[in-house]
Ligand binder design. Structure first.
Ligand code: 7TS
Length: 403
């Protein structure tokens, strides 16, 4: 029996009269009771705006808000709270960096590298910035097994004027774990700034920004057992200091006249407007939850599930796994001969099994593998071997019905 399961009330329900089998944690994780309670507690007793009032509720909300920042700092081992910016999520963080760093400091003739396996949120913001600033985006290709083509990456570094690299740590579609330590090191040797999309990695492995020496790193709390609408953007202080604000408004200012504004110190310089206060405060419970776990135990548990599912999938005739890199997180994308992923997803749903189908916001990657959509099952700590059996049975049933 997996004790972690008991902490997630969502799993106690039935969907279509079946016990819920939730295999879509790469989209968003379920929330432990402690996080749900923290949201409710804030709205029930603690509602107030932060960084504004001197009354009890406001200063208490501010205290808790800043406590979450400290938890986030410690979680990624940033040097100072000034390097920890609250955002709406990974997408918001990447847009901040694209607007405030790339659009400002990259220029015509400069190259930004991204890979074929990026989520659209690590492609489109750079395109928008490139349209303004005139720099060029080049692609690090993906090999047939779904790993990054490191040889071409090195060649690109040698031959192009690479000023920035933005790369996903763990692919949401393939599960590939990229060698980001090496990418950061090689990027820095070339003088490039390196940004990491850690949306899919933070819940599965220790991410230490000082050890990695990355310049920027973004993730979303909702993929880390926390609330939606909260993210963390880490940036090295020296970079954040020289970057202009991304958005203007309350909280990010020191002094405003009609003619001009002086900006607040870090981190507030990048936090215009009333933030997601309940979400940020409840995120402390998510960081506490992560703190109560052991990454090695998570790794071993999830690896076992991944190996088991991969093994059972290999016995299903007509099933092709897309993404077979040696280093993989607990995500499996697959296609089933003569069955459209959406039809499979619907039939599984009728059996109470939640998977994701579609392009997973990675259309260039779909094109690379010659598909328009895949089915994707993703596993985390609250899944168990019985979930995999249910999925395998469900796929076999769907096959009988549809092919
Ligand atoms: N980067 C990666 C690698 C992701 O997997 C996602 C979301 C994002 C960025 C964007 O995160 P957001 O919180 O700002 O939306 N990925 C997925 C997914 O795989 N299924 O649903 C959302």
């Amino acid at each position: 029996m997996n004790n972690w399961r008991t902490l997630f009330p969502c799993l106690k329900q039935k969907v279509h009269d079946r016990d819920l089998v939730y295999l879509d944690s790469a989209a968003t994780t379920l929330k432990p009771q402690s996080v749900i309670d923290a949201v409710t507690k804030h709205y029930t007793f603690g509602t107030a705006n932060v960084h504004r009032g001197i009354h009890f509720l406001s200063s208490d909300a501010t205290r808790q808000f800043e406590e979450t920042r400290e938890s986030a700092r410690s979680f990624i081992n940033a040097k100072t709270h000034k390097e920890v910016i609250f955002t709406k999520g990974t997408t918001d963080g990447l847009n901040l960096i694209a607007n405030s760093y790339a659009a400002e400091f990259l220029k015509q003739g400069d190259v930004l590298l991204i890979s074929t396996m990026e989520h659209h949120s690590n492609i489109v913001p750079w395109q928008l910035a490139a349209q303004k600033a005139g720099f060029t985006i080049k692609e690090i290709p993906v090999l047939d097994d779904g790993s990054l083509d490191m040889n071409t990456f090195k060649k690109l570094l040698d031959s192009e004027n690479v000023k920035m690299i933005s790369i996903v740590h763990v692919s949401n579609t393939l599960g590939t774990i990229n060698p980001i330590e090496e990418i950061i090191k090689l990027g820095h040797q070339k003088g490039a700034v390196v940004c990491i999309d850690a949306a899919q990695s933070v819940a599965h492995a220790k991410v230490d920004v000082q050890k990695l020496d990355c310049d920027f790193l973004c993730f979303s709390l909702h993929k880390l057992f926390g609330p939606t609408g909260v993210g963390i953007m880490f940036g090295k202080q020296e970079l954040l200091e020289k970057m202009p604000p991304y958005q203007g408004g309350g909280a990010m200012i020191k002094e405003v006249t009609i003619e001009k504004t002086t900006y607040n110190e870090l981190p507030e310089k990048f936090e215009a407007g009333t933030p997601n206060i309940a979400g940020v405060i409840a995120s402390k419970a998510a960081f506490d939850f992560m703190g109560s776990l052991n990454f090695q135990a998570i790794h071993d548990y999830e690896e076992n599930l991944l190996n088991l599912a991969t093994e059972k999938f290999s016995q299903i005739e007509g099933l092709r796994i897309i993404g077979t890199a040696k280093k993989k997180c607990s995500v499996i994308s697959f296609e089933l001969k003569d069955v459209h992923p959406h039809d499979l997803g619907m039939l599984l749903d009728q059996q109470g099994i939640a998977i994701r189908t579609g392009h997973h916001c990675t259309q260039p990657l779909m094109k690379r593998f010659g598909v328009t959509a895949t089915a994707r099952a993703s596993f985390t700590i609250y899944n168990n071997e019985s979930d995999i059996d249910s999925l395998v049975n469900g796929i076999n049933k769907a096959k009988e019905l549809l092919s």
